[in-house]
Design a protein around this ligand. Structure first.
Ligand SMILES: CC(C)(COP(=O)(O)OP(=O)(O)OC[C@H]1O[C@@H](n2cnc3c(N)ncnc32)[C@H](O)[C@@H]1OP(=O)(O)O)[C@@H](O)C(=O)NCCC(=O)NCCS
Length: 180
């Protein structure tokens, strides 16, 4: 399904701050989306940090996605990002990324960083489509599965940069196929 699909319901999609009342719906999406889901305590603990922001995407009062990110001096660091299974491939994730990109500025925060599990090819392809590039591999990054993490980066002024030379990894061929 094309991302343009969202145009139909564009006006009803809202992206707003996450509030405590949203947690049951956010947790339901989280558990549906990840094998190693965050608990409510983990969400609340992270959201208590002063530099941490939670946002939800909502259609007709139904939460259909959320993102948690930290504000740093020169970047935004995305810690969690998901769209409800029933609402995927309709451009909602793209709209959420656009909201993050709108927060960047050439004077201050110029990039967005996030980690993706090596087996999470869907997310890698999604973020690649949003002009993120894999820049670093963190070996055995996750305690639960010992998977590698790929750090993906979006840069405000270099969104059309080719994948950084020398950073070839197990997913490079998928990126190349996607770009072709
Ligand atoms: C990754 C995720 C956030 C994408 O959200 P989404 O709302 O479905 O994304 P969009 O509809 O905006 O997709 C835009 C484009 O990204 C690419 N894309 C998105 N999902 C993809 C998938 N599963 N496989 C391949 N490409 C994909 C496509 O190019 C898509 O455009 P198209 O639908 O016209 O082909 C969603 O699949 C998700 O929540 N996954 C589980 C949680 C997760 O892995 N989060 C990321 C943790 S780092």
């Amino acid at each position: 399904m094309s991302s343009d699909h969202l145009q139909d319901q564009d006006s009803s999609l809202q992206i707003r701050w996450l509030i405590r009342r949203d947690m049951p719906e956010v947790l339901a999406i989280e558990h549906d989306s990840f094998d190693y889901a965050w608990t409510e305590e983990e969400f609340l603990c992270i959201l208590r940090q002063r530099n941490c922001i939670g946002m939800v995407a909502e259609i007709d009062h139904e939460i259909v996605g959320y993102m948690i990110y930290e504000l740093h001096k020169s970047n935004l660091h995305v810690l969690n990002f998901a769209v409800a299974n029933s609402h995927r491939r309709r451009g909602i994730g793209t709209r959420m990324v656009q909201r993050l990109v709108d927060k960047l500025s050439s004077q201050r925060r110029k990039e967005i960083l996030l980690e993706v599990r090596e087996r999470n090819l869907d997310a890698q392809l999604f973020f690649r489509r949003q002009s993120f590039f894999a820049v670093t591999v963190l070996r055995n990054h996750y305690d639960d599965t010992c998977e590698d993490a790929y750090i993906m980066r979006y840069q405000l002024e270099a969104s059309d940069m080719p994948m950084i030379a020398g950073k070839i990894n197990r997913i490079s061929s998928y990126y190349d196929a996607d770009a072709a």
